[in-house]
Each structure stands twice: as C-alpha cells, then as structure tokens.
Design a binder for this molecule. Structure first.
Ligand code: 5GP
Ligand code: ZN
Length: 116
C-alpha cells in the first residue's frame, strides 16, 4: 500500500466509498464526480502508479479487472445498451489519481467516441 494514496485507502477500507464490488484483487466503487449516468471505477487493490507499471506477471490481475468491469456493467444493467472502459495514463492522458483504475462509463449515449 502506498502512503497517502486515496485509492489504496479505499481498497483497504480506510476511506469511505460507494463500493459496488470487492474481492481480494480488485475494488469497484462509484466515481465521486460522475462523467456519465453510470460511472464506476474499478481499481486493483495492489498499487500501480498507472498501466505503465504493470508487467507480464500482472496479466491475470489485469484480465480479472477487465472481467469485473464487464460484470459491473452487467450488474448495473448497461451491458446491452453499451458502455466504455478506459484508463488514463500520465499527464497528457489526463490521469489525476496515480493508482491504476479503469473507468466504466455508460447509462446514456457517450458523446465523444475517443479522446477529448
Ligand atoms: P483520472 O482522472 O485519474 O483518470 O480519474 C480519477 C477519478 O477519480 C476521477 O474521475 C475523480 O472524479 C475520481 N475520484 C477522485 N477522488 C475520489 C474519491 O475520493 N472518491 C471517489 N469515489 N472518486 C474519486
Ligand atoms: Zn494506491
């Protein structure tokens, strides 16, 4: 766990969040500032600064996180209407929290197809 990392604190139950799913490897919770009707963040419980830090050894964990993104979409009833999964990396990627997380966005028509 990285000190002073808010997402580590959420994963370890040291900071409150509107959690929709948790297991020993990932945590899913609603974004505090939703950018779509449905906006859930899926984080790895293990700290990575971003996708850049994940290695081949983490393949199973990343695959699991993707599966949980799809599960969240299904549980929220948007798997058939459609949704988007994305991760921002670094400054130009628009990353503001430096703990790997996947945004699950949907529940309405998403206006931009890619990028800004
Ligand atoms: P990024 O900009 O790094 O891709 O995404 C970070 C996301 O985390 C943003 O959408 C922001 O609203 C969300 N966020 C930041 N702090 C908190 C928090 O304390 N709780 C929750 N639930 N979401 C947060
Ligand atoms: Zn962290």
């Amino acid at each position: 766990m990285a000190e002073e990392c808010i997402f580590c604190k959420i994963a370890h139950g040291e900071m409150p969040a509107d959690t929709v799913y948790q297991d020993e490897r990932v945590t899913a919770f609603r974004d505090i500032s939703p950018q779509a009707k449905l906006h859930v963040l899926v984080i790895t419980n293990k700290h990575f600064d971003s996708l850049n830090e994940a290695s081949a050894d983490d393949s199973d964990l990343l695959a699991h996180a993707m599966k949980i993104c799809a599960m969240v979409a299904r549980d929220e009833g948007i798997d058939q209407s459609g949704y988007r999964v994305l991760t921002n990396v670094g400054e130009q990627g628009g990353q503001s929290v430096h703990h790997l997380h996947f945004h699950v966005l949907g529940g309405e028509t998403l206006t931009t197809r890619l990028g800004s």
